[in-house]
Design a protein around this ligand. Structure first.
Ligand code: F6P
Length: 357
């Protein structure tokens, strides 16, 4: 007999349903008496006891469905120890729900913040398994997260579409790709989409170098230029500002991201017509790619295997192409960033892509 709780937390992405399907199919096949409780809207459902007993049929036919059948919400880790507006102790409330349902394990799908709370629950004595979701691919300890490849496909196809119209009109285009802290998605979509300039949070850019790169293309007779710019791209100047001052500057932009600032600067300094395109949340939407469907199924099956064996307190990861278990305490709170001297950056530079550095 196993009683399992399952929830999806944080920003959604493609492959949440496919992963839950993998977990539950794996358990159904290998556990005689199984109860699966689905918590709604992430940790919120666990805190406020909003759940439902699910059946295997709930997890059937959802391999290709985007979003999450359980709903999701952001419950910031830093507020977990802060009582809610009615004074409720959220951590105690989560433990209460877990014990009330006499769960053997809680399966938690989410990104970095979600993982920190999963580790907190582990420290509080609950059995947890974490599955690494995010289009940002920034979870430490796994080579890849589910959602990443699907998002690359969408961001790349946005850049592909821009290529034709940019060429027709001889324009400069700034395509803003998701990723506030890390640039994995921008890097991969930028290379796949043939962007000329790629700006990442990890490599602060020098505006003059960006302008030079645009002008070099114009002088070489190329009518258009495409920049793939991460949401969190930052200029060298801004990177030197004290954190507080930079935060204030971001607030003053009033919703206008780095891309709009850059576009105005490029227009002013080159005289070219510049447009900004923000694919935004489309990057998290729609059906998971075939690659992600396989990844999700493998991660889900590996999680089921751990639960059958009673091994808890791990993130299920992919390392060197194989699924494996990584102790949560070794990875929680760490971020996987693009290394500025990594081979992929060097190779991109070799073919002439500018990183503005
Ligand atoms: O963490 C994933 C992510 O998609 C980021 O790349 C993006 O900046 C952020 O979520 C947007 O989140 P929200 O759903 O709060 O708009």
């Amino acid at each position: 007999m196993k009683r399992i709780g399952i929830l999806t937390s944080g920003g959604d992405c493609q492959g949440l349903n496919a992963t839950m399907r993998g977990v539950v199919k794996g358990l159904t096949k290998n556990v005689d008496d199984l109860e699966v409780y689905g918590f709604y809207d992430g940790y919120k459902g666990l805190i406020y006891g909003n759940y439902r007993l699910l059946s295997p049929s709930d997890f059937s036919g959802i391999l290709t469905r985007g979003g999450t059948i359980l709903g999701s919400s952001r419950q910031p880790f830093k507020l977990m120890r802060v009582p809610d507006e009615k004074g409720l102790d959220k951590v105690e409330a989560m433990k209460h729900t877990y014990h009330k349902l006499r769960l053997n394990c809680l399966v938690i799908l989410g990104g970095n913040g979600t993982q920190k709370t999963a580790n907190l629950l582990r420290e509080e004595g609950l059995n947890v398994i974490h599955l690494p979701k995010t289009i940002d691919n920034d979870i430490y300890g796994t080579d890849v997260t589910f959602g990443f490849q699907s998002a690359i496909n969408i961001a790349t196809s946005a850049i592909d579409c821009i290529h034709t119209t940019a060429a027709s009109h001889n324009r400069v285009f700034v395509v803003e790709v998701m990723g506030h802290k890390v640039g994995w998605l921008t890097l991969y979509a930028g290379i796949a989409g043939g962007a000329d300039i790629i700006l990442l949070p990890e490599i602060p850019y020098d505006l003059e170098k960006v302008i030079d790169a645009v002008k070099r293309r114009t002088h070489a007779g190329k009518g258009f230029t495409i920049l793939a710019v991460a949401e969190g791209a930052i200029s060298k100047e801004d990177a030197q500002l004290p954190k507080k001052e930079y935060k204030k500057k971001l607030e003053e932009r009033k919703g206008h991201s780095v891309s709009y600032e850059l576009a105005a600067q490029i227009e002013e300094k080159t005289g070219s017509e510049v447009r900004v395109v923000v694919p935004g949340h489309t990057q998290r939407g729609g059906s998971p790619s075939p690659y992600d469907r396989v990844l999700c199924t493998r991660l889900g099956a590996a999680a089921a295997d751990l639960i059958v064996k009673g091994k808890y307190g791990y993130m299920v990861a992919i390392v060197d192409g194989e699924t494996c278990k990584v102790p949560l305490e070794e990875v929680a709170g760490k971020l996987k960033m693009v290394e500025t001297d990594s081979p992929i950056i060097k190779e991109a530079k070799t073919i002439g892509i500018s990183f503005g550095d």
